[in-house]
Write a protein that binds this ligand. Sequence first.
Ligand code: HEC
Ligand code: HEC
Length: 302
Amino acid sequence: MKKILKWIGIVLGSLIGLLLVAVAALYLMGKARMEKVYDFPPSGIVVPTDEASIARGKHIVETTCIGCHDADLGGKTPFIAVDGIMALDSVNLTSGEGGIGGEFSDEDFVRAIRHGINREGKPIFMPAVKAFAHMSDEDLAAVIAYLRTAPPVDRATKELQVEPMGFVIFSLGVFGNMPVEDATHENNVTAPAPGVTVEYGEYRLTLSDCHGCHYPDLAGGKYGDPTFDIIVPNLTPGGDLANWTVEGFIQTMRTGVTPEGRGLNSNVMPLDEINNLTDDELTAIWLYLQSLPALPQRTGTE
Ligand code: HEC
Ligand code: HEC
């Protein structure tokens, strides 16, 4: 009997030991990936100061950035906080106290928005970077031009805090990749001319990161944040949109109520940003969605 107990003890002890080694390895791997230093060639983007470019930048910011950085661009604190895992604020983008606007050079802004790294070259946790990598030089320059003139907001936001368990969970793939790992990192990016065209619709939809939630093929699927139990709808003609008109689509984006009378959860759908898109931009997005192959609704993540 004693012998058996001793063996059970040895086996359990070894298993716990192995588990600790595995957790330590995951911790180290996660930390190495989340704190890796990157370097990319400078973009050479020249930031304009004319009224038209600033107005263009304001429009892009109001349709693309305010959902996460708040309507006044002063940042949300916290943006996401999970006890014992991590605390993430979205940064104050203005030149007010606690903001980065006064400190960042133009290339610092490009590094953050196009590449997903901070001034030390370390990855930032800004989910939309993969989408912003497709923002044209001209639009990115306009965004920076506007941020330089945006009304200053005094708000202190904190740097990303990751607890040891956060690094472990990251290694297990729960948060996906770091945005820097998914971006294309190209310079000299161009965009189709703004207009009511399929091509511009694709570009505009990409900047709004509709893919980030509705999946790269836009057939929807399980929502990425596991704390929500939501199936994100299919936007291809294989879903509800097959029976909508362009008017119904625009009305859904403006009111958050679909032609079927279903109210959309605005905590997940960034309707406050999407509502700032013009009718022409929404029509272009609609044309692009209608041009897609009809795919069946995805219900999982694969
Ligand atoms: C989906 C949410 C989201 C969207 C959309 C978003 N941001 Fe961010 N942004 C964040 C978060 C969160 C951080 C903080 C990241 C961190 O600390 O790791 C951040 C950080 C930044 C930083 C600071 C980087 C640094 O080095 O500290 C800049 C600059 C920035 N965002 C600009 C923008 C601009 C410009 C837009 C619109 C074109 C935008 N963001 C849209 C969430 C977002
Ligand atoms: C942050 C995640 C997120 C982003 C970004 C996002 N969506 Fe959604 N979207 C959702 C979710 C979740 C739903 C389902 C909401 C509900 O049922 O309450 C939804 C619903 C919809 C619907 C309703 C479809 C139906 O069949 O009822 C349309 C249309 C839509 N989104 C279009 C878009 C477009 C266009 C974009 C980009 C401009 C976009 N979404 C960006 C998460 C997102």
